[in-house]
Each structure stands twice: as structure tokens, then as C-alpha cells.
Design a binder for this molecule. Structure first.
Ligand SMILES: Cc1cc2nc3c(=O)[nH]c(=O)nc-3n(C[C@H](O)[C@H](O)[C@H](O)COP(=O)(O)OP(=O)(O)OC[C@H]3O[C@@H](n4cnc5c(N)ncnc54)[C@H](O)[C@@H]3O)c2cc1C
Length: 427
């Protein structure tokens, strides 16, 4: 049977969405309340607001501030069934999504929105020493490592070891690396400044390493230069043109020299989820699934892909960037399109991306915004705009209020309330 019968007796098409991130959730919301039977599958029971992960990693926000249960978000949508499970494959012949627990979920239309993962460019041995920032677990790992290193520095008698413990290296000069480096510098140099008795956290070294010639290559040069100046004012040492040669428990090797560092953070590369392999399609070099203008997977008309895991080009032939706004707009577009196609027989329209501005934050009161076509904003007004946009985009009203108040509190006091080490006690 390819379709299911609703309680009214009408035949209902089944849309299965894999991934409740920005793209998948927007698709489900656009299909909510329709005559379509939607199943939304995610390996977590929460939707994660990824752009604020770095604030959890640097103790500015708590995990609950940036995550919301998927069931709660969709509680008013009776036609959307939420399934917590990890997808491991797709049987296109049987039109089934396969889950890790051995079960399968049948679909008429399938939407793949499984996002991306970090990549260490073939150096997987670096992963245990250089935490990346893609999940709440990783954000908590970074927070724990930074705070634990300061605790150990407070107790050691060895000056070299103390210096190593108080050195944090962030790898990757894109928005993630810039935001992490700025936020860690503020944590160490301001929030922790008066917490210790035997060390001076204001002397902590925060180093941002970038292999390319400059930071923030996706931004115009003038904005990147402004970000560089802001980072340096926060006390971050920026090293461009430095490819990392090795990362181990001692630190990071650059140009044949080891920079001793107890905490290394990886913000250098992402790769699409392995979904191309599930479909047997040839991905691009970043693992993305090529899709048609209507977001259907090339060669698989009943399967759609969007967000970080899909490759779609703009009018100039450039791939759309891996941004939340791209995924969200694609999800809303596809949800509406599927709704009209499945309930009214309309054809699927092409997707067009509307650039609402690309931003990066540098510390607690500076940001850069690039709206394209030469329209830009920087400094405190850009930070205010970024904060307003991100608060509005946070899913739930309670979270918006909580996060706004926390930001205001932090802004006025430099305090960070989430300075908790949640790992097992140190020996
Ligand atoms: C640190 C960081 C900061 C960022 N900052 C910004 C920013 O400021 N602005 C911006 O626009 N973009 C930002 N981005 C990029 C943005 O987060 C992504 O482009 C966006 O999340 C992509 O949305 P998506 O729906 O494709 O994937 P995601 O939002 O990553 O969602 C994927 C979902 O799929 C689920 N999933 C994955 N695999 C499986 C599986 N096998 N089975 C079941 N479920 C699965 C995951 O649990 C997740 O819920 C940032 C990214 C990072 C890492």
C-alpha cells in the first residue's frame, strides 16, 4: 500500500522527513494542518539552534536555552508524527526509511534534511584532542575542557604546564572559529578574571589559526579586517597562513613547531551527512546530494534533499552556502510545494534563495553583517541586529525571553552563569 487512509476515510499521502534541524522542521511546519500524513524523524528529541552553540561552549548560555523538544514545537500539528530514531539507510525499491533499531517507515515522498558533520580532512586521529562544535554534547565538552584546564592550572606548580593549560587554540578562521575565539577570550579575560587565587586568567592565551591568507573568506575584505581588529582588541592572537600539521595531547604543531595547548577547538571544516550513500547518488566533493531546482534529488523524483546536505546552485552557478537561513527557506518552500502538489495536484515550483544577510559575531558587542550587493553593517549596530534576529528565530517564547535576559545580564555585568563542569570529577 503506498498511501494510508485518514480517519475520515480519505486517502492520505505520506511524507517522511529525516532531520528536525532548520530545514526539516520548516518543512514539517509548512505541512502542519494539511491533509498530508507527515512523519518527522530525528536522532535527538530536540531541535537545536546551532548558531548559538558557541555560547553554550563558552558558558554564556545553558543547553536548554538553545534546544527545544520537537514534540513540543509540533504539539499543535495532529497530522505530524514525531519519531525519535537514527536513520541508517533508505530502501528506495520498498520506499522505506531504515532505522538503527531495525524498523522501517514507509513513504510516498521523502525529504532528507540531515545537515552536516565536522571533518578533519582525513586526520581523524586529531578528533579526540580537538573538539568540534556541531552538537550540544560537543559544546559541553568544550566548556568542560576549558574550565577544567583553568582548574588544573590553578593547582599546578609547573610554570610551563600552567602556560599550556592556559592556552586555547581555535583552528579555522570562518564564522565558527571567529565567534569561538572572541567568546573564549572574553570568558578568560573578563568572566573568569576574579575567580581564581593562584592564576591570572587575563594572561590566558587564545590563538586563532587559519590556513588561508585571511579570516572570514565568505565576507568582504573590509568586514574581515574589522573582525580581525576586534579580535585583537579582545586579546586573541590571530595566525593566518598557518596550516595545522598535527594535533595531539600536547598541543598543535604549526610550521614544525609545537604550540603547547591543553584545549584545542576545531572549527575548520564541515562535510554533508552520509545521506548521498543511502540513495546511491554521486555527491559533490563535500558529500552533498545534487538536487534539481524544485529540490528533488537528481534521478530520484520522489526524494528531496535540502539544507547542508544538498547541493543547489544560485543563478550565478555558485553553490548556496551552508546556512540556517538557506535550510529554513528551502524547508518552508518545499513544505508548501508538497502540500499543494499532494492535495491539489499542483506542479512543484523552483526554489529561489532570498539572502537576508550573513553575520559573524566578534565578542559581546561587535558583529559584521553582509547583505550582499555592497550593503554592510559592522560594530555595535550589527551586534544589536544579530541579537534581535537570533532571539526572534529562537523557537519558543520562553526561550526568547530567557536568552534575551541572559544576554542583557551578561552585557551589563560580563557574568556567565553556565560555568559548570559536567564531566565526571577529576582525579
Ligand atoms: C557552530 C556553528 C555556527 C553556525 N552559525 C550560523 C549562523 O550564525 N547563521 C547561519 O545561518 N548558519 C549558521 N550555521 C550553519 C547552520 O547551523 C546550518 O547551515 C544549518 O543548521 C543547516 O540546517 P539543516 O536543516 O540542513 O541541518 P541541521 O540543522 O544540522 O539539522 C540536521 C538534523 O538532522 C538530524 N540527523 C542527522 N543525521 C541523522 C540520522 N542519521 N538520523 C536521524 N536524524 C539525523 C540531526 O540530529 C539534526 O537535528 C552554523 C553552524 C555551526 C556548526
Amino acid at each position: 500500500m503506498s498511501q494510508e487512509q485518514s480517519s475520515s476515510g480519505a486517502v492520505t499521502a505520506r511524507v517522511v522527513i529525516v532531520g528536525a534541524g532548520f530545514g526539516g522542521l520548516a518543512t514539517a511546519k509548512a505541512l502542519a494542518g494539511s491533509e498530508v500524513a507527515v512523519t518527522l524523524i530525528d536522532q535527538h528529541n530536540y531541535h537545536l539552534f546551532v548558531p548559538l552553540l558557541y555560547q553554550v561552549a563558552t558558558a554564556a548560555l545553558s543547553p536548554a536555552d538553545i534546544a527545544e523538544p520537537i514534540r513540543h514545537i509540533l504539539s499543535g500539528a495532529p497530522n505530524v508524527n514525531v519519531v525519535m530514531g537514527r536513520v541508517t539507510g533508505i530502501d528506495q525499491g520498498a520506499r522505506q526509511v531504515l532505522l538503527a533499531d531495525g524498523s522501517g517507515i514507509a513513504y510516498d515522498r521523502l525529504v532528507i534534511a540531515t545537515g552536516s558533520t565536522s571533518t578533519y580532512f582525513g586526520h581523524d586521529a586529531w578528533a579526540p584532542h580537538a573538539a568540534s562544535l556541531k552538537s550540544l554534547e560537543e559544546a559541553r565538552t568544550i566548556r568542560t575542557r576549558v574550565l577544567q584546564a583553568f582548574e588544573r592550572a590553578e593547582r599546578t606548580q609547573d610554570p610551563a604546564e600552567r602556560a599550556r593549560l592556559m592556552t586555547i587554540v581555535v583552528v579555522g578562521g570562518g564564522p565558527t572559529g571567529v565567534e569561538m575565539a572572541g567568546s573564549i577570550a572574553e570568558l578568560a579575560h573578563h568572566a573568569l578574571a576574579r575567580d581564581f587565587r593562584h592564576i591570572d586568567p587575563t594572561t590566558a592565551r587564545v590563538i586563532l589559526v587559519e590556513a588561508g591568507p585571511r579570516l572570514l573568506t565568505a565576507f568582504p575584505e573590509a568586514l574581515a579586517a574589522y573582525a580581525l581588529g576586534s579580535l585583537e582588541r579582545l586579546g586573541v592572537s590571530v595566525m593566518t597562513g598557518q596550516a595545522v600539521q598535527d594535533i595531539d595531547a600536547e598541543g598543535v604543531t604549526l610550521a614544525g613547531r609545537v604550540v603547547p595547548a591543553a584545549t584545542v577547538i576545531w572549527g575548520a571544516g564541515v562535510r554533508a551527512s552520509p545521506a548521498a550513500g543511502w540513495l546511491g547518488v554521486t555527491p559533490d566533493r563535500n558529500g552533498r546530494i545534487p538536487v534539481e531546482p524544485d529540490l528533488s534529488v537528481t534521478g530520484c523524483p520522489d526524494v528531496f534533499a535540502l539544507g547542508d546536505t544538498a547541493l543547489i546552485r544560485d543563478a550565478a552557478g555558485e553553490p548556496l552556502p551552508g546556512l540556517a537561513q538557506v535550510a529554513q527557506q528551502q524547508g518552508s518552500h518545499l513544505g508548501r510545494a508538497l502540500r499543494e502538489a499532494l492535495t491539489q495536484g499542483k506542479p512543484l515550483p523552483s526554489f529561489t534563495f532570498q539572502n537576508r544577510g550573513n553575520a559573524a559575531i566578534v565578542g559581546r558587542h561587535a558583529a559584521i553583517f553582509d547583505f550582499g550587493r555592497g550593503r554592510r553593517l559592522k560594530g555595535f549596530p550589527a551586534w544589536l541586529l544579530w541579537a534581535a534576529v537570533h532571539v526572534v528565530l529562537l523557537v519558543d517564547f520562553a526561550q526568547r525571553t530567557r536568552v534575551s535576559l541572559q544576554w542583557l545580564w551578561r552585557y551589563l555585568t560580563y557574568r556567565r552563569g553556565a560555568r559548570l563542569i559536567t564531566a565526571p570529577p577529576a582525579r
